[in-house]
Design a protein around this ligand. Structure first.
Ligand code: ZN
Ligand code: ZN
Length: 262
């Protein structure tokens, strides 16, 4: 069950990479990340099963012992700019990692901006998904724009068919929680005047909406599953790089960058 979730993302990334040359490098890197994330998730599950009554997080030793191999993987196989960041973090040494990972985990009020933050959040992502899946989320009546589990801003939106229209939800790019959110409402500032909430699409990704706000000048990309049922919102959002370039050229800032820092 768990394994297939990552395998589905990997297969989707490979299919998109074959179709979109401009995203091939970033998706190839994503596939390597996802393979690592899947194996980390499985180790975390095993660590949780075998836990003895240690103080603190039972999974922490597993996390710390996995960070070095992760940095080595990225240093050796990532795109050069990311590889250099991984080497720097690796050279920082083990003693600094626990503090650093804690900082990344708890920095929820300020979206990440630095390459080393994205790299570390991508490492922690399966752990966030692991912990979140073990906590019952009470989503009835939840109307906020930030993630109900980790309080981060949403990284993307998802549209699903409902009746004659579509139901929008927001998704956290870190712990992958998903929650309903009104369609005509800016998750950045609460603007609800539809004239100030333009939506753009491009032929190449006709099922991905760039949902902008002319009040706070932010945008998110929303994957419309009613138009493309095979899309994987997380992976398709990463692949649709030209839409980000377009939005940013037109003066919009992404509400929360994805874990590849885009
Ligand atoms: Zn979250
Ligand atoms: Zn806004």
């Amino acid at each position: 069950m768990t394994a297939s979730r990552w395998q589905q993302r990997i297969q989707r990334a490979e299919a998109l990479a074959a179709r979109h040359a401009f995203a091939a490098e970033i998706l190839a890197f994503y596939v390597k990340l996802a393979r690592f994330q899947e194996s980390l998730y499985q180790r975390l599950e095993r660590a949780a099963e075998n836990k003895v009554s240690l103080p603190g997080l039972p999974e922490l030793p597993e996390l710390l012992s996995s960070f070095g191999p992760y940095l080595s993987l990225v240093a050796e196989q990532g795109p050069e700019r990311v590889a250099a960041v991984a080497r720097d973090l690796r050279n920082g040494g083990k003693n600094s990692w626990q503090h650093w990972l804690n900082d990344c985990w708890s920095a929820v009020g300020r979206p990440p901006t630095q390459p080393q933050e994205f790299l570390s959040l991508a490492f922690l992502q399966p752990y966030a998904e692991f912990v979140r899946s073990r906590v019952p989320l009470q989503l009835d009546g939840y109307t906020h724009s930030q993630c109900p589990f980790c309080s981060r801003k949403p990284g993307l939106g998802v549209l699903r068919q409902q009746g004659d229209g579509g139901r929008r939800s927001l998704m956290c790019a870190f712990c992958l929680a998903e929650w309903d959110f009104r369609r005509l409402l800016c998750p950045g500032c609460g603007e609800e005047d539809h004239k100030k909430l333009p939506v753009y699409t491009a032929e190449e990704f006709s099922y991905i909406r760039v949902e902008c706000c002319d009040s706070c000048h932010t945008y998110i990309k929303t994957v419309d599953l009613s138009k493309h049922g095979l899309a994987d919102p997380l992976v398709d959002e990463i692949a649709a790089v030209p839409l980000d370039l377009w939005a940013q050229e037109h003066g919009y800032t992404k509400l929360h960058l994805n874990l590849l820092g885009m």
